[in-house]
Ligand binder design. Structure first.
Ligand code: GDP
Length: 293
């Protein structure tokens, strides 16, 4: 894990990012935190609330096409119970994006009434997108500016000295063109692992075999039928054998053999990770929403 940690974030970097986001916050009305629906907990930033203070926020559960819809619904209900509006989107197809706009308007309802009373008709709602690397910030921004509603018009705003630019995205919204890149909470090794499962951490720095053993164990715990169906193997459920044994079975089934009949675990590992990440194992959520009391 310490390897992973040192790649992207170090205290100086975090402080700088935090400062930049703090400055940008002054320019916007609302922040949208983008999460990966497969790992809503690990893809959220632990100090977001501290950074954005009283600025209105909403949570966007992206990559919902890859996640278990029942679990996404539970997560959304959980966020709403915490008074944080939340929506599921899929930036691959644009599903949920109209709902995103609606939710922003609802969240800012009181503010919009004030603007209206003050005669600020046509005052656009300014949005900033935030999130850890790889959750789909650019994809969402592209969706918004590229969709039918949007005009990919970029303007420099007078009075803003830094290079912030705005996209006018139609329907009364403006989007800050540079997303805020947040850091994940690397203190917890499980978080690093879940980020690695989803491909949010560069593979070159990872032990892919070890990672795939742990992934297959977790899948056997949460979605055993998905593994059985995809690879046509029969894995005992109690107790579940260690990950390497399951991966050996998978490798054997797929004919991934080395010269002396040994299983090519490296290939099997790469395949499992790839198939999980691309959704070939079905729609899977690795982290469950906290139970409501
Ligand atoms: P960023 O680092 O947060 O800006 O993330 P990107 O927008 O670059 O997306 C990271 C990867 O996730 C890319 O390969 C995208 O194609 C993919 N991606 C983004 N949104 C979705 C989505 O809703 N569904 C799926 N399946 N993939 C997505």
């Amino acid at each position: 894990m310490s390897e992973v940690q040192s790649v992207q974030w170090f205290p100086g970097h975090m402080a700088k990012t935090r400062r930049k986001i703090g400055e940008d916050l002054k320019l916007v009305d609302i922040v949208a935190e983008i999460l990966d629906s497969r790992i809503p907990q690990s893809s959220s930033n632990p100090v977001l609330q501290e950074i954005i203070r009283s600025k209105p926020r909403l949570a966007v559960f992206n990559k919902s096409d890859l996640a278990d819809p029942k679990e996404t619904d539970r997560w959304i209900a959980f966020y709403r119970s915490q008074k944080i509006p939340a929506v599921a989107v899929d930036c691959k197809t644009g599903k949920g994006v109209p709902n995103f706009y609606r939710t922003v308007q609802e969240r800012l309802g009181a503010q919009l009434s004030i603007w209206k009373e003050k005669g600020m008709v046509g005052r656009p709602i300014r949005i900033m997108v935030l999130g850890i690397p790889n959750v789909g910030k650019s994809s969402l921004i592209n969706r918004m500016i590229g969709g039918k509603a949007g005009k990919a018009e970029v303007q420099d705003r007078p009075g803003v000295t830094r290079q912030n630019r705005w996209f006018t995205i139609g329907k009364g919204f403006e989007l800050l063109d540079t997303p805020g890149v947040l850091w994940p909470k690397f203190e917890d090794p499980l978080v690093g692992e879940h980020l690695a499962f989803t491909g949010a951490v560069k593979d070159e720095i990872l032990d892919l075999e070890g990672l795939s053993f742990r992934l297959v164990e977790l899948l056997m715990e949460l979605y055993p039928q998905a593994v059985d169906q995809r690879y046509k193997i029969e894995v005992p459920k109690e107790p579940v054998p260690p990950g390497y044994e399951i991966l050996e079975q998978i490798g054997r089934k797929r004919g991934m053999l080395l010269s002396k009949g040994e299983i090519d675990l490296e290939r099997a590992a790469a395949m499992l990770l790839d198939e999980f990440r691309s959704g070939k194992l079905g729609r899977i959520t690795l982290e469950q929403a906290p139970q409501k009391k």
